[in-house]
Ligand binder design. Structure first.
Ligand code: MN
Length: 208
């Protein structure tokens, strides 16, 4: 199989003023497209073509750096676009809200910890809210296009349900070096309804 760039469900300028049109356009059409194209090149004619992307990532130690970087890049950006919305639900409800309160105390504390994870990721990477394989919520940061699915990630493996891109290409045009301001703006366009949906899907998948 070969991968294709997923479309966005909103316009490039829909997340203004938090995420600007030019950044969104370049990020989706050039950066994400390049991950898709390079992933397709990396797997062409190999056994990896027959596997799902999730399978590749969960067994990434067996594959090349090109599959790791570009498979991660495609997965991570697909998740990122999915959890953003111009009509964002501003707080989680139900089971996810209860679990956040149990693990972090309250939503604000979760936001503080994700911001801290993003700020302290040196260089390029992502900050995550994930569901560990034992079902508990956790926060982590990973370098480059790695993510919590990867078997190279020994300390905090699981399924990501929220990810924020802290590569400079995600914020430099609007926020320059002010990664903290970008991380604050992220919450205005994060759609908790999409995160709730991912959480339910993961719980169904791991069947605790
Ligand atoms: Mn990116």
């Amino acid at each position: 199989m070969s991968y294709t760039l997923p479309g966005l469900t909103y316009a490039y300028d829909a997340l203004e003023p938090h995420f600007d049109k030019e950044t969104m356009t370049i990020h989706h059409q050039r950066h994400h497209q390049a991950y898709v194209d390079n992933l397709n090149k990396a797997i062409a004619g190999t056994d990896a073509e027959k596997e799902t992307l999730e399978h590749l990532l969960r067994n990434i130690s067996k594959y090349s750096a090109a599959v790791r970087n570009n498979g991660g890049g495609h997965y991570n950006h697909s998740l990122f676009w999915e959890i953003l919305s111009p009509q964002a639900k501003t707080a989680p409800e139900g089971k996810l809200a209860e679990e956040i309160n149990t693990v972090f105390g309250n939503l604000n504390e979760l936001k503080v910890q994700i911001k801290q994870a993003g700020l302290t990721q040196f260089g390029s990477g992502w900050a995550w809210l994930l569901v560990k394989h034992n079902g508990t919520l956790s926060i982590s940061a990973t370098a480059n296009q790695d993510n919590p699915l990867m078997d190279t990630n020994l300390t905090n493996q699981g399924y990501p349900i929220l990810g924020v891109d802290v590569w400079e290409h995600a914020y430099y045009l609007k926020y320059q070096n002010k990664r903290a301001d970008y991380l604050d703006a992220f919450w205005a366009v994060l759609n908790w309804a999409a995160v709730e949906k991912k959480y339910e899907e993961v719980l169904a998948k791991i069947k605790l």
